[in-house]
Each structure stands twice: as C-alpha cells, then as structure tokens.
Design a protein around this ligand. Sequence first.
Ligand SMILES: [Zn+2]
Length: 105
Amino acid sequence: MRNIIKTNLVPKGICLNFFGLFLTRDKSWIDKYIVNHERIHTAQQKEMLWIPFYIAYIIEWLFKLLKYRNSHRAYMDISFEREAYTHGHDLTYLTHRKHFAQWRR
Ligand SMILES: [Zn+2]
C-alpha cells in the first residue's frame, strides 16, 4: 500500500495515522486488519475535518487517563479506538459504517 510510510519517528509496534498516512517503524506486522483499523480512523478524521479529530482524540484520552490512571486502558477506551478495534476485523465495515459511529452505541 502506498500510504504506509516506514519511519523511525514512530515507536516500535505502533502504527500512527497521520492525516491518512500510516506511519510505522516496521511494515512487516501490518496486515489487512491493521490497515482496516487505520482506514476506520481515516473515516473518523475525514468526517471531523481532520484537526478536530486529533483534538478530540487527545482530550478524550486525557479524561480517560484521569479516570483509569492507566495509559493503555485509557487508550483502549477512547471512542475512536473502541470503534476501530470493534470493527477492525470486519473488512466490509467501511462500506456500511454510519457517520460518527464512534459515538453511537
Ligand atoms: Zn487505533
């Protein structure tokens, strides 16, 4: 995939979605499910007009960090991540995803 960028700027084992570019230190672990997870984030970013996504993401993570006092648990409970992890293995998900699905239950 053209939008997966190999860079040492990202910690090992992380894939960071930067405005639709997937930044990773090592491409070898990136499979179709990781790509789908990141594509879900790209859909979230587009409908939030990009920058507000990142602001909302960080604010939500900080609130969850205060709540749980555990960075991984806070990360996993961010609404954007919950949606991406819940549907990352459904490769057809983006064809029927509803707008702002991260906030629907
Ligand atoms: Zn994610």
